[in-house]
Design a protein. Sequence first.
Length: 245
Amino acid sequence: YQRRVRGFFWLTKMLHKLFFRNTILFNRSTTNQRTWLHKQAAVRTFTPYYHNNFNQPIWLPNHSPQEYHGTTILAVRKDSKVVIIGDGQVSSGNSIVKSTARKIRKLSQGSILLGMAGSVGDCFALVERFEKHLEAHSGQLLQASVALAKQWRTDKYLRQLNARLVVCDKEATLTISGNGDVLEPDHGIAGIGSGGEYALAAARALIDEPHLDAETIARRAMKIAAEICVYTNDNFIVEELQSTK
């Protein structure tokens, strides 16, 4: 009797593998119609849903939330000024959701500039934590940035946040990422976001021009980035500080 029971369960398992794990999948709808789907195509483009009447998988298309693109942030330090400039476009899929978004903030009573690139909720969550670290470290930019990067990297919830930050004070320009990186870029120029590399390259080309100040370089570089990157517009917001470098 035990051998028969084990044989029955073994046969059931083999049949399950045959019909559900090999080349085809069986699907029954509410009208009792049968449809055969190739497994590889179904797994890639459909999600299983089990109907109560038949206890068979009905494969429905995946509907993942659209990602929000957009943001170009550029920081330029030259002579006695440091400037952060950002565009105003936020895109969802093929649509422009907002063209006048503000992605730059002043912190620590105006002594620190911050630009953010990434998902809106993720950015503001990180900005709130960065402000707490600034208060805990008496406004020291480097120490607060390292503390945020450490928390961002090690916390299992913060690790899922999709954003990047660029922060400046009168002495340093830093970029902060979720990989635990706190970097001070060369030449005092930092670019993040969808068009950050274009703006960075343009600013690097203009930085040695003696007749151009930091704001002029930043505006020209961002204009070039806006002409190349489809997720960047020309509604620029600029903030500046006096620099010691």
